[in-house]
Design a protein. Structure first.
Lengths: 278, 400
């Protein structure tokens, strides 16, 4: 791959792909400490947000097809470095960690501002790829937020990249009742859904690279961030209450012969079905 | 989370930096320790910024500190596809009306499209007092940049207090752009909205961590207060053709209609006619379906019920059914009146996507399957026998 000539793509410069990732708890089964009203994260291991793995894989496929480099970018506590090493083991070339106490408490506005500053500092890029959303917050707002802070076009919920050259990209976006093909100029921001690919496993060589890799670390000062736009202060939304929803109760287990169970069930559902099917 | 500030005595060295920084003269140093006079302190944070020893613990106020009185009315973005207004819009108008009444403000709708202005009357019939209409050929279908530019322009001109939008692909893509541009807070995927009677802030409640946790969020210092809201959670506003309202056609600068991305073509999903995000009934299959052909029995039940067809991740990963049908954490979150889980064991990631369903019916041959713990009705049995019987029973019932 070292001297690979990009096929189908005559680039004036090498393509640079930036992939944004987030470290999240490896479970959705998170509990609240009733005393402090905060999330109990002890004993929960951290992983790369599953949606971001598709973004990483797609970045690597673009690189393999067109040549270039892939940089992974994350914002988080110092231990988020392990997430960067994990994606480097898959084939990402470089990892940048944005870590600073001043970033703590960021909502999607402040997070996308901070990531956008870092991307501007990186400077040269063709495309930014994000997972459609993170599995802890589920907002799907950071990708479009980055695009807006950088004044770039976006294609969200991408399920397939159809074609790409150094000026534009055509991608399929998943909509509720179908999909559309969107043509966008580059650079642009993509957010990808699970359907787009099957993320690879790390190779042995990749794991060795990941061990050796030097992770670049930037603070708020390195980014020249305005203090009123980062962290808790830069976040318009404030969480005022966190609570556990009442757990769903198991109901009635029907027993008997299939015909009998079906009759009982149909009788119980009758009114709802008639109302819904009208 | 009330605002608070205090000196951490162990860290304070009595250097006087905070005393100098305080614009209100609210800090004195006594015995080499800073002391805050809480009668004077406004929790502005100047001392926090000045302190070099991290000796000040500041929790920012979540009450309003800016003059936000210029922001009026509750807006609903009326999402349309091919000039058909999406049902989530009517749900938002139903909920928006209650919010507008609590605030003593008007409920308004924003309608963007091409050849769309006649639809404004529908929105008035559903309770909108004013409808801001932008009707341009360039806006025939959703485009992230131009739609965002139009909405940003309208927000800047008319300054709404609240702006609601469906938590759809379009709504989530659009609002995230608008919120960043107008410096607004945006809460995704809300399932509950209310007005705090004291502060008049919008209380936005949403699930996080796949529905295991609910969070209530406010945007105290920024307007509009923006939220995307899930389908099927709020009740649709009932249409009343007698309602009166104003239709306000808006002029838009041509430069705002330009977009660097454009739709080349659109392909409708052919496999199904019912969108599971909006479906009242969903018939879903999992690993227990064994192969793609067996989904035919689910499709038959679905067609009798007018239901959507869903699937678990296992079924989608086996390529038995397209990804657009996947329900659960990495697929869609659904909230139907009835969810039939056929041959689905009920992994936590799947349950995260269905927990908002009114009724869950589980059909599984394994009595230990976790799905039975959340099912309203459980049938332990062979789905290949049960589902066709159920189809026949409902066909009889609905006289189809």
């Amino acid at each position: 791959m070292l001297f690979a000539v990009p096929d189908r793509l005559v680039l004036g410069k090498r393509m640079h792909i930036i992939v944004c990732i987030k470290q999240v708890p490896d479970t959705t089964d998170v509990k609240i400490d009733p005393k402090t009203n905060t999330l109990m994260r002890e004993g929960v291991t951290s992983i790369v947000n599953p949606f971001d793995m598709y973004a990483v894989e797609e970045s690597l496929r673009l690189k393999e097809k067109h040549g270039g480099t892939v940089t992974a970018l994350t914002m988080g506590p110092p231990q988020a470095e392990t997430a960067l090493r994990e994606v480097i083991s898959m084939g990402v070339d470089k990892g940048i960690l944005l870590s600073d106490r001043a970033f703590a408490g960021s909502d999607t506005w402040a997070t996308s501002y901070t990531l956008a500053l870092a991307i501007r500092k990186i400077g040269d890029f063709s495309v930014i790829i994000c997972g459609k959303q993170a599995s802890d917050g589920d907002t799907a707002q950071v990708g479009p937020g980055i695009a807006t802070h950088l004044d770039l076009p976006q294609i969200t919920y991408v399920r397939k990249i159809e074609e790409m050259d150094d000026k534009h990209i055509v991608a399929q976006r998943l909509l509720e009742e179908g999909h559309e093909y969107v043509d966008s100029s580059l650079p642009c921001v993509l957010t990808v859904v699970k359907e787009i690919n099957e993320p690879r496993l790390a190779s042995l060589k990749g794991k060795m690279n990941a061990k050796k890799a030097v992770i670049v670390k930037w603070t708020a000062q390195d980014l020249g961030a305005e203090s009123s736009k980062i962290g808790l202060e830069g976040s318009p939304t404030k969480v005022v209450k966190i609570f556990t929803p009442a757990p769903r109760q198991g109901g009635q287990i029907l027993t008997g012969e299939p015909e009998e169970m079906v009759r009982k069930l149909a009788e119980s559902l009758k009114d709802v079905v008639i109302a819904a099917a009208k | 989370m009330a605002a608070s500030i205090k000196i951490i005595d162990e860290k304070c060295v009595g250097c006087n930096l905070c005393v100098k920084a305080c614009p209100f003269g609210a800090i004195v140093v006594e015995n080499k320790l800073a002391r805050i006079d809480y009668a004077k302190c406004t929790i502005c944070g100047a001392c926090f910024d000045a302190c070099r020893f991290e000796a000040i613990d500041l929790k920012k106020d979540v009450g309003t500190t800016r003059d936000l009185s210029g922001y009026k009315d509750v807006w609903v973005f009326a999402e349309q596809t091919e000039n058909k207004i999406q049902s989530v819009t009517y749900e938002l108008l139903g909920e928006g009306r209650k919010l507008a009444e609590s605030l003593g403000m008007d409920l308004c709708a924003v309608l963007v499209g091409s050849g769309i202005k006649d639809k404004a009357q529908d929105l008035i019939a559903r309770g909108a007092r004013k409808v801001y209409v932008v009707d341009k050929p360039e806006l025939a279908y959703f485009q992230d940049e131009s739609y965002a530019a139009v909405l940003i322009d309208l927000v800047n001109r008319h300054k709404p207090n609240v702006l609601l939008c469906g938590a759809t692909t379009i709504g989530r893509s659009l609002c995230a752009r608008v919120a960043v541009s107008v410096n607004a807070g945006l809460t995704a995927d809300c399932t509950g909205l209310a007005i705090d009677p004291e502060t008049k802030n919008l209380l936005q409640t949403r699930p996080a961590f796949g529905g295991n946790i609910m969070a209530t969020i406010i945007t105290p210092n920024n307007r509009p207060q923006m939220a995307t809201v899930r389908h099927k959670v709020m009740k649709e506003a009932v249409a009343d053709a007698g309602r009166k309202g104003e239709v306000l056609l808006q002029d838009i600068a041509v430069s705002l209609l330009k977009a660097r991305s454009r739709r080349v073509k659109y392909e409708a999903e052919t496999e199904t006619t019912v969108n599971i995000a909006e479906a009242d009934i969903i018939v879903s299959g999992g690993r227990g379906m064994q192969n793609p052909e067996n989904f035919a029995i689910l499709k038959e039940l679905a067609s009798v019920l007018g239901a959507g067809v869903g699937a678990s991740r296992a079924a989608v990963d086996s390529n038995w059914i397209p990804y657009s049908h996947q329900v659960g954490q990495t697929g869609k979150t659904v909230c139907p009146k009835i969810y039939f889980a056929c041959g689905i064991s009920g992994q936590i990631q799947h349950l995260a996507g269905i927990s908002a369903s009114d009724i869950i019916v589980a059909i599984n041959k394994d009595p230990e399957a976790p799905i039975f713990k959340v099912a309203t009705y459980g049938i332990v049995g062979d789905l290949f026998k049960v589902v066709p019987l159920l189809t026949a029973e409902f066909r009889k019932l609905l006289k189809k």
